[in-house]
Write a protein that binds this ligand. Structure first.
Ligand code: SF4
Length: 216
């Protein structure tokens, strides 16, 4: 049986789909390995900055082995401007090593296997599975998805894993991959963290957090 909340979510999906027909993964990549690296770099960093850095990075490093052929310091310099570069370099080199040793140089295509790679948690694994392989393994929860899901009353949780669970119950599986892209597009353009533009939001009459509701 379809719940009221699922119907509410269905209407949100319908409107966002219409509003953002070209929503897509904003991290530039040409294969699953590049997407994995870009997603690791995107932690605490904007997609725009990651895309600037990966132009040269992906020219220099094409295979997992390429990342192992340099000293950590060299990779750290190459990714410096994305922040947290020491940890990120460690994750990329550790993941590259495991991809070679445990998966014959290929990116694994299951959640459990991806989670064995350094620097890969559910969000990164969902990004790679959904956007590189078209596998709907879960719902990507980033800062925009988290904020909008709470504002739209799709979840009362704040922990990403719990939000993902709530969304997975409300969003049809066929929309699991695109739903975060629609929310992210809406979060960037309209439902911004500090100043949501409720007055021009297509979800306004569905949203309990609209500031228009508090105006008498
Ligand atoms: S009505 Fe306001 S708070 Fe609600 S989704 Fe739209 S912009 Fe965000």
């Amino acid at each position: 049986m379809i719940s009221d909340k699922q119907t509410h979510t269905g209407e949100i999906i319908k409107r966002l789909k219409k509003e953002y027909p070209n929503a897509h993964c904003e991290l530039n990549h040409t294969n699953a390995f590049e997407l994995l690296v870009a997603t690791i770099l995107s932690a605490q960093c904007t997609d725009e900055r990651v895309n600037i850095v990966t132009v040269n990075l992906f020219r220099k490093y094409r295979q997992p082995q390429d990342y192992l052929n340099v000293a950590p310091e060299e990779l750290e310099t190459d990714i410096h401007s994305t922040g947290f570069y020491r940890n990120k370099a460690k994750s990329i080199q550790g993941a590259s090593q495991k991809i070679i040793e445990n998966f014959g140089g290929e990116i694994p295509q299951t959640m459990d296997e991806l989670l064995t790679l350094n620097g890969v948690a559910r969000k990164t694994a969902n990004v790679v599975l959904g956007n590189a392989f078209g596998i709907a393994s879960g719902v990507v929860v980033d800062t925009h998805v988290s904020r909008l899901s709470q504002r739209l009353n799709l979840t009362e949780n704040t922990a990403p894993e719990k939000i993902e669970k709530d969304l997975a119950e409300l969003v049809p599986v066929k929309d699991w991959i695109m739903f975060p892209h629609w929310l992210i597009a809406h979060g960037r353009k309209i439902c911004q963290a500090r100043k949501p533009k409720c007055e021009i939001c297509v979800l306004e009459n569905l949203c309990p957090s609209s500031y228009l509701k508090n105006i008498t």
